[in-house]
Design a protein around this ligand. Structure first.
Ligand code: NAD
Ligand code: MG
Length: 300
């Protein structure tokens, strides 16, 4: 990296803005910690500047401890939203940093650890968010798991099941619990992937869930229009997050991560948070049912 990004509005060469491969090997066990990554991901901690675009809103972000969800949590708080984050109990260290950033922005922060593979926990997560924040205006269903396997022979039924539970069922359970609390103007944002349209051969189960998330969100948007609730999905390309070195890719691929997109490097979480801000804010009032690629130039 040339020098730390202190101002997201400074004009720069996007190819040079952040670290490029090769990266060091850095195995972690899933779900991994952002704290343990080299180089450290940029979640906008030192650069994201808010303008009150989400003033008074109440947001729930799953996977808000690290990666994309963490960058979104920091951005939402600096835009004036109160934020609840969900994550797995083993991610408490990352999560506590995010809680501090939300509070430092002068907003209410609520930490709700728990496993989204459990339907009753998904319901409890929504109820606690509504209770502690006093409502729910923005739902960011972003948590996800990814385990690479080179052969279908090595994908166990347990892995297939867990990937679908965490990535797809949880979305359904959380949305079902959340919609009755949402008023016209509320928004739902999900995280799909470039894998929805360019499925990687080593991510058979994961890629299938990401295509499902895109279809789910687009179908949902049609249903929720009559309630004045919008739903959109973001499709990231390669992003430098704990998901990848913790079993999401082989270490060989981690070393070259992002090298095959036109900009020649992985995105940093700070570079995708702005679309989540746009899709949550009233600025995007006519955007619903959309799929928004953020891929460093890889075409979907
Ligand atoms: P990340 O590991 O930082 O975040 C994913 C989060 O999901 C974890 O922090 C964890 O809290 C949560 N999670 C996983 N399983 C869970 C469970 N059972 N219960 C509760 N929480 C659980 O990685 P990220 O890359 O920021 O991932 C965010 C989203 O972006 C995911 O949906 C991922 O599929 C998607 N995505 C990432 C990339 C990429 O290259 N990093 C590309 C496309 C899509
Ligand atoms: Mg995490």
């Amino acid at each position: 990296m040339s020098d730390p990004v202190k101002n997201q509005y400074e004009m720069r060469d996007p190819r040079e803005q952040y670290p490029k491969p090769p990266f060091p090997e850095q195995p972690q066990s899933a779900p991994g910690l952002a704290q343990e990554m080299t180089p450290k991901p940029d979640h906008g901690e030192n650069s994201y500047q808010g303008f009150g675009r989400l003033k008074g809103r109440k947001a729930l972000i799953t996977g808000g401890d690290s990666g994309i969800g963490r960058a979104v949590a920091i951005a939402y708080a600096r835009e004036g939203a109160d934020v609840a984050i969900n994550y797995l109990p083993s991610e408490e260290a990352d999560a506590q940093e995010v809680i501090e950033f939300i509070r430092a922005a002068g907003q209410k922060a609520v930490a709700i650890p728990g496993d989204l593979k459990d339907e009753s926990f998904c319901q409890e997560l929504v109820e606690r968010t509504v209770q502690e924040l006093g409502g729910l205006d923005i739902l960011v269903s972003n948590a996800g798991r990814q385990t690479f396997q080179t052969s279908i022979a090595d994908i166990t039924t347990a892995q297939f099941d867990e990937t679908f539970k965490a990535n797809v069922y949880a979305l359904f359970w959380i949305t079902k619990a959340a919609v009755p609390h949402m008023k016209p103007g509320a928004t739902i944002i999900t995280t799909s992937s470039i894998n929805a349209r360019q499925p990687s051969e080593t991510l058979l189960d994961y890629a299938t869930t990401k295509a499902a998330i895109a279809a789910y969100t687009q179908a949902l948007s049609g249903q929720l229009a009559e309630k004045g609730i919008r739903a959109n999905t973001v499709a990231p390309g390669p992003f430098w997050t704990a998901l990848q070195p913790s079993g999401g890719q082989s270490q060989e691929k981690v070393k070259e991560f992002g090298s095959d997109v036109p900009l020649g490097r992985p995105g940093q979480p700070a570079e995708i948070a702005p679309i989540y801000v746009l899709l949550a804010s009233q600025e995007s009032s006519f955007m619903t049912g959309g799929l928004f690629p953020v891929t460093g130039g890889e075409l979907m």
